[in-house]
Ligand binder design. Structure first.
Ligand code: ADP
Ligand code: MG
Length: 698
């Protein structure tokens, strides 16, 4: 244990009371936590102005001088302390309205002070209203730094003296410890990137000498963060590839071949073939497949999952397919049922809403190997569901699933079954390489042939008539239409009313013209939902009014228009998902984004991105920039990517360097046991090992 692990309570100037506030408000528990609690900005006090140089009144400035005289004027609320302050070039006035008694005692004639604030000119006089004031002492080393750190604080912390300055003082207490910090990078890396030492880094992040030093310090810290993240990801990958044995699917058998011959009405795209080959190689190898399949909406991932399932079954194993919603699970179930008769596979469905008795049957059948494949929602991973010979787990649209749920599969079955995660929200390269660095990635980067770009147009609510006219003309061409309302939380009465009003309105307009309308939303019973969906699939209804339950995976190729109401309320990836429900055939499709007449700037950017951008990868990049990685990955709460300074978007170059270096080092020294890599190993074992457990789960 190093001294930096000491409880914060024992730092000089802290004690139990302040410690409890530091714990609660800032999650600072140890000396090290405090050391890595960084300023969120700096005030530039690197320049001292002379009073006769005060010509700019826009920014905060610093002057140095002494007090000539001071007086308290007025009474009650109007009471103020006026200080006449001078340097060798002139006079200014300092004006204080608050804490007058205290300041009057603190400010002494003859003492030198540093004054920091925004000067104002009133008549011919220059004043500082409530400036910061600090004694200047030539011998006080606190003045050696010129960029002042500003730390996050709050009222509670301030009440025990831990405002930004108070925190800064505590960090100063760590000064002597900083000097003894061991290195955590190898000399080779330090030399290669010309990094400053680790000690200098911490000193300059907290007490920067000047902006160059600060820049160097931040550059090194960002590198460290991303470097150890990569080390952690890459070592897990090495361990996994070496150690996790799994079943070898050695044959491609009858069921696969039957499906290929009888049920595939189209030729696989080149990208699909490539992915199938990758999956084949993985599942053959005798080691566990852990693969992320990325492909834009409509790129044809479902077929891949079915064929993989058939390979598992051909080799005598069971498989399960986990979908994020009930509707989607049902849909996959239906498709599997359709060809299972010819092929002779036994398919089960397990969602949260099936009857108790049916569920019991499934539990029984799964355990006794009477079912080959079970499609379901997360109900599939309940403790009571235990497969007899589970060889393959497919997780569709994984970003909808919690990490811990996936972990369950890994813990429950030994040997671990092969895992294929499919996501339709492409993860930007920067993120994928970081967050999913330990998964092998397959990408379907090609849409089935003859697909046309979905024409996306933004309309304001007041233009809705034009939209309805257009819908009418498409319906006359025998096409179908989705109309979506935001029901963000199923419980929200207002959103619900919105949907029902919309439904009534659409019915009024189109039923008189001879078209039928379905509606689905989360409040409907499962049976009713299915009936409504089925009517739309069978073309008995031409319009589907729905909430976002339709978002993921639903496949009705004849639908050619997607109307999204209150489009400004949706996130980019959600909009892209919804749009992906159309454009599933060779016909021209349309997506109409209807927004309220007034929009925030951010909403405008979002809608414009949708209009301009058709590729899910680009959209994901924009999304990442707008929302940050935590939201995009859904890992914000879990604190997985707990990056203090680096940004996966802005620091792409540093990330790249860090990854290359980490790769190179591990290539030559996989267990980090060579002497020169010792600093890396020590630090990694102490602070990073196991920090990315979820990475192997994703
Ligand atoms: P995803 O799940 O990736 O969003 P799907 O697997 O649902 O996409 O496929 C979208 C549509 O494209 C489906 O109707 C599917 O049958 C069809 N499809 C898939 N692959 C091909 C292909 N190679 N050629 C033509 N159509 C395809
Ligand atoms: Mg799909």
């Amino acid at each position: 244990m190093s001294i930096l692990d000491t409880k914060i309570e024992f730092l000089k100037g802290v004690g139990p009371r302040r410690a409890s506030y530091l714990n609660k408000e800032l999650s600072i528990f140890s000396f090290y936590d405090l050391l890595t609690f960084f300023p969120f900005r700096y005030i530039d006090r690197s320049k001292l102005y002379l009073i006769n140089q005060l010509t700019s009144f826009e920014t905060d400035l610093q002057i140095m001088g002494a007090v000539k005289n001071k007086k308290i004027l007025g009474s009650g609320k109007k009471q103020r302390l006026i200080v006449t302050f001078f340097d060798k070039t002139g006079f200014v006035e300092l004006v204080f309205f608050k804490r007058i008694r205290w300041l009057n005692k603190f400010i002494k004639l003859g003492q030198q002070y540093l004054i920091f604030g925004k000067p104002v000119r009133f008549n011919s006089k220059i004043s500082f209203i409530h400036p910061e004031i600090e004694e200047f002492d030539q011998n006080n080393n606190r003045i050696i730094y010129k960029l002042y750190p500003v730390y996050h604080s709050n009222e509670k912390l301030s009440s025990v003296g831990l405002n930004s300055k108070g925190i800064s003082k505590l960090i100063l207490e760590l000064n002597s410890l900083i000097k003894e910090l061991p290195e955590n990078l190898s000399n080779a890396i330090i030399l290669k990137h010309q990094f400053i030492s680790r000690k200098e880094m911490f000193l300059n992040i907290h007490f920067p000498l000047n902006s160059t030093c600060l820049h160097d310090a931040i550059r090194r810290f960002k590198f460290e963060e991303l470097f150890f993240l990569q080390i952690s990801i890459l070592t897990q990958k090495l361990i996994r590839n070496k150690n996790v044995k799994s079943f070898a699917f050695s044959v491609v058998g009858d069921k696969f071949n039957l499906f290929y011959k009888n049920h595939l009405s189209f030729e696989l795209t080149g990208a699909q073939k490539k992915v199938m080959k990758e999956i084949r190689n993985d599942t053959l190898s005798g080691f566990q497949m852990n693969r992320l399949l990325q492909g834009d909406v409509g790129s044809g991932k479902t077929i891949i999952s079915f064929m993989t399932i058939l390979i598992a079954i051909d080799n005598g194993f069971q498989a399960c397919l986990m979908a994020p919603t009930e509707i989607l699970a049902n849909q996959h179930y239906e498709s599997l049922m359709e060809f299972s008769k010819d092929i002779g596979i036994r398919v089960g469905l397990l969602t949260g809403k099936i009857k108790r008795s049916e569920k019991k049957q499934i539990i029984h059948d799964v355990k006794n190997n009477l079912l080959d494949v079970v499609v379901g929602t997360h109900a599939l991973i309940q403790d009571e569901i235990v497969f007899c010979k589970l060889g393959l787990v497919i997780i569709d649209e994984q970003h909808k699933f919690g990490v811990s749920q996936r972990l369950k599969i890994y813990q429950k079955y030994k040997p671990t079954p092969h895992v294929l995660v499919m996501t339709a929200t492409p993860i930007p390269r920067t993120l994928a390489m970081t967050a999913y660095g330990d998964l092998d990635v397959s990408i379907i980067d090609e849409l089935p042939p003859n697909r046309k770009v979905i024409k996306t147009i933004h309309f304001y609510e007041k233009q809705i008539k034009r939209v309805y006219q257009f819908i009418f003309s498409e319906l006359q061409k025998n096409k179908q239409v989705y109309i979506v309302y935001p029901l963000i939380e199923e419980s929200k009465v207002l959103d619900y009313k919105n949907l029902i009003d919309g439904y009534d309105n659409v019915k009024k307009i189109f039923e008189t013209k001879g078209f039928n309308v379905s509606m689905i939303h989360g409040r409907l019973k499962k049976d009713e939902k299915e009936i409504q969906m089925q009517r739309f699939v069978n073309h008995e209804t031409q319009i589907m009014v729905s909430t976002t339950v339709i978002e993921v995976g639903v496949n009705v190729p004849n639908a050619s228009i997607m109307v999204i109401n209150n489009a400004e309320k949706f996130g980019l990836s959600q909009l892209h998902q919804l749009r992906g429900r159309v454009g599933r055939s060779s016909h021209q499709s349309f997506c109409f984004l209807i927004s309220s007449n007034k929009l925030s700037n951010e909403a405008k950017v979002r809608l414009k991105s949708m209009v301009d951008c058709h590729d899910g990868f680009n959209i994901a990049e924009v999304d990442l920039k707008l929302r940050g990685p935590g939201d995009v990955l859904g890992t914000k709460q879990s604190g997985v990517l707990n990056l203090k300074l680096s940004s996966l978007v802005k620091d792409y170059n540093i990330l790249n360097n860090a990854r290359e270096d980490a790769k190179e080092i591990l290539k030559n020294d996989p267990s980090l046991s060579i002497l020169i890599n010792k600093p890396i190993k020590n630090f990694y074992l102490k602070y990073h090992k196991g920090s990315l457990k979820w990475g192997s789960v994703a």
